[in-house]
Design a protein around this ligand. Structure first.
Ligand code: GTP
Length: 197
């Protein structure tokens, strides 16, 4: 059986979303900046407990005005990674705007993770403590990562995937129908946020 999980990277332009997706997929550092247009998707699979889990990591364009990010980008996202850059204070201050924008478009079952990117830099304008406090206040997880050194990248995605899988095993994610496979769908409105076959 295969399980598809849609994760999405959100945050201001230049915070390092594409570089994070690159590190995740290729375990390599992409040392240049080409602004993402629209959305890129990286796919990564791993076997887990006899099942094949496939992560679709959506990397959105941060340069767009907040309002122009289509709600379709958020739809069916089971994991949302809100990204800021330690060397860019504004990217942290803008996090609540990104939260406001996406929150109504997410499926009922979702996880939100705050991600502090570029934790390798020396010129930090955001402290880990304030990021932790922000995450605590909003009841979300927080990871301090670097796509340059790779610190915490695999761990962050793996921890979320394991926790979703555990919820699935404990029937916290509803599976209402079987049709050539099993579809996991949202309770009331008929949207699918992951798919087994
Ligand atoms: P948009 O596509 O415009 O939304 O930007 P983005 O958030 O995808 O930024 P991108 O990944 O293109 O990275 C921007 C710049 O930051 C690039 O020059 C990267 O090399 C650099 N960068 C990304 N991650 C890190 C990191 O972990 N450490 C350091 N030092 N630099 C990084």
């Amino acid at each position: 059986m295969k399980m598809l999980l849609k994760y999405i990277l959100i945050g201001n332009s230049d915070v390092g979303k594409t570089t994070l997706a690159w590190r995740y997929k290729f375990d390599d550092f992409r040392d240049y900046f080409i602004s993402t247009v629209g959305v890129d998707v990286q796919v990564k699979s791993y076997p887990m407990f006899n099942n094949d889990i496939q992560i679709l990591l959506w990397d959105t364009a941060g340069q767009e005005r907040f309002e122009s990010i289509s709600s379709a980008f958020y739809r069916d996202s089971i994991g949302v990674f809100l990204c800021f850059d330690y060397s860019n204070r504004k990217s942290f201050e803008d996090i609540p705007k990104w939260m406001d924008l996406m929150i109504n478009h997410l499926p009922d079952y979702h996880h939100i993770v705050l991600v502090g990117l570029k934790n390798d830099v020396s010129n930090k304008h955001v402290t880990e403590l304030e990021a932790k406090m922000f995450a605590k206040k909003h009841g979300i997880d927080f990871y301090s990562v670097s796509a340059k050194t790779g610190e915490n990248v695999e761990k962050m995605f793996m921890n979320l995937t394991e926790s979703i899988y555990a919820d699935y095993r404990m029937n916290k994610i509803k599976i209402p129908q079987v049709l050539g496979g099993i579809k996991i769908q949202k309770d009331k409105r008929k949207r699918y946020y992951c798919l087994w076959w």
